[in-house]
Design a binder for this molecule. Structure first.
Ligand code: DON
Length: 487
């Protein structure tokens, strides 16, 4: 969660952690091969949850309403239910197939039907415990006991100690000057902020190469893909939990280093894997963006990792557990569910946070919030946020137009593959021109991105939501009762 409140920037890290009993080889068989599905499905796939501790910490420090009142709408939704729409039904059908016979998913969600109300009474009770006891309603007492009992049913690792010891952490957000504005972004254990900043700055260093190049033309895709290649190479080598590894962030974002990276890029040719080294020597996530009447902003991305996490529901408590453990590098060079690789910086260690790509981002101009954005999408998150910023600032798109624009993605492996979101493809001419240049431009394996963006416009705010997702954006007129209290 990136925040900009009363002119000050904050970052709250409530990423999951590896349980104390986790081990760097925990997903490998006796021969050292990765056990298919072990880090994505079932009890072993869960990190120690962070969301409740995070929201509690944010509320403790900055909340204005009573905690109970803040949790109340969630209790109501769980107790009274909500109607499942077509897009979400596709997810439930996928979950039913994926987890059939492997987890207790069907017991909880097997009867879900499109246009029918989904009621979750156990979840309502869990939320009630959280409403009554705050953080302790989840990490202690009945809920914690139920999580531990659930772990026992499936050889999971999370213990009462793991739950009690979990801490959300206030960290300094990454800050970078960009065209006279300031970017506020997610620091490690997310790679998102690092990546958005590298992408934007290297693009500016290549301004001559980008001059006159139309948005989403083959040349544009090539230049951006080559930048993305370098970003993913650095991500794989250097990024990980800063409490466990020294991330050389200053060097990775220094002007000198970025200039060197920009110089490596050949505007004509696709770099092969062997030519791209880390640069220094030697489905479903949620994002919300908010600006309040006082001009304060919050940009938050939150996730179980894949759509229904590990597929395991804590029996009696009614909620799904994450499969964030797959975001660790389970073996050097072996891709995770999003096809990205890592090395020792992101290997599993007890208590360590797994590397993320989440990129909640705020841009300020002259000390005032100018732009707020973020999205789900796994490894496509930071390349999406980068394109949102560039489409808005370079190509003058409204928030809605940028959210709905075609987007593409490149992530080092494979060096000649560029993907685009299936429902809003790149122009045909770009796809065939890319193929002439030796690229394989293909639809991404999922319709990535559900961007929520807010941008300052003369006299107010412009808010845009990604048509690929289920979100909505609203600009609310300031009620009379609050008139005169703002900005
Ligand atoms: O933290 C990360 O980078 C991933 N766990 C995010 C997963 C995600 O966005 C899935 N949604 N499409």
């Amino acid at each position: 969660m990136v925040m900009y409140l009363d002119g000050k920037a904050y970052f709250l890290d409530y990423r999951e952690t590896a349980p104390a009993a986790a081990d760097k080889d925990m997903y490998l068989d006796d021969e050292g091969n990765v056990i298919e599905g072990a880090s994505t499905l079932g009890h072993l796939a869960s990190g120690v949850p962070g969301s409740v501790a995070g929201l509690w910490a944010a509320h403790q420090r900055f909340g204005k309403l009573a905690w109970r009142d803040v949790v109340a709408p969630a209790i109501k939704l769980a107790r009274d239910g909500y109607v499942v729409d077509a897009k979400q039904m596709i997810e439930f059908d996928y979950g039913a197939r994926e987890f059939a016979g492997k987890t207790n998913f069907a017991k909880y969600f097997g009867d879900v039907q499109e246009n029918q109300r989904l009621v979750q009474p156990e979840l309502a009770e869990t939320l009630q415990r959280i409403a009554a006891r705050g953080r302790d309603g989840f990490y202690g007492g009945k809920t914690a006991d139920m999580i531990v009992a659930e772990m026992a049913r499936g050889n999971g690792l999370i213990t009462l100690d793991d739950l009690e010891n979990y801490q959300a952490k206030w960290r300094a957000p990454l800050r970078a000057d960009w065209r006279g504005m300031e970017i506020l972004a997610a620091p490690p254990p997310s790679s998102g902020g690092f990546a958005v900043i590298q992408l934007l700055k290297i693009k500016d260093l290549l301004a001559k190469d980008f001059e006159g190049v139309p948005l989403n033309s083959a040349q544009y895709v090539h230049l951006v893909a080559e930048i993305e290649k370098r970003v993913f190479a650095d991500r794989a080598e250097y990024l990980g939990d800063p409490d466990y590894v020294d991330v050389p962030m200053e060097r990775l974002l220094s002007d000198e280093y970025l200039k060197k990276r920009a110089r490596e890029i050949d505007p004509e040719h696709i770099a092969e894997l062997g030519d791209v080294s880390p640069g220094l020597e030697s489905m479903e996530t949620t994002h919300y963006s908010i600006v309040d009447f006082d001009g304060n902003a919050v940009s938050t991305t939150t996730t179980l990792n894949l759509s229904f996490g590990s597929g395991v529901v804590v029996e009696g408590a009614g909620f799904l557990l994450n499969n964030e453990m797959d975001d660790f590098s389970v073996k050097p060079g072996v891709p995770n569910a999003f096809g990205v690789v890592g090395n020792t910086a992101n290997e599993i260690q007890p208590g360590k946070r797994m590397l993320s790509s989440m990129s909640p981002t705020i841009i300020t101009k002259d000390g005032k919030v100018d732009f707020v954005s973020g999205t789900p999408g796994g490894s496509t998150i930071f390349t999406t946020v980068f394109q949102m910023i560039v489409d808005s600032y370079d190509f003058g798109m409204t928030a809605t137009a940028a959210a709905g624009a075609p987007r593409f993605h490149h992530q080092l492996l494979q060096p000649d593959v560029v993907t685009y979101s299936p429902s809003v493809p790149l122009p045909e001419a770009t796809i065939s021109a890319l193929s002439d240049r030796g690229y394989r431009a293909i639809p991404h394996s999922f319709d990535y991105g559900d961007v929520q963006t807010i941008r300052r416009i003369p006299g107010g705010w412009d808010a845009g939501t990604d048509p690929r997702g289920r979100g909505e954006s609203r600009v609310i007129e300031q009620p009379d009762t609050l008139q005169g209290t703002t900005q």
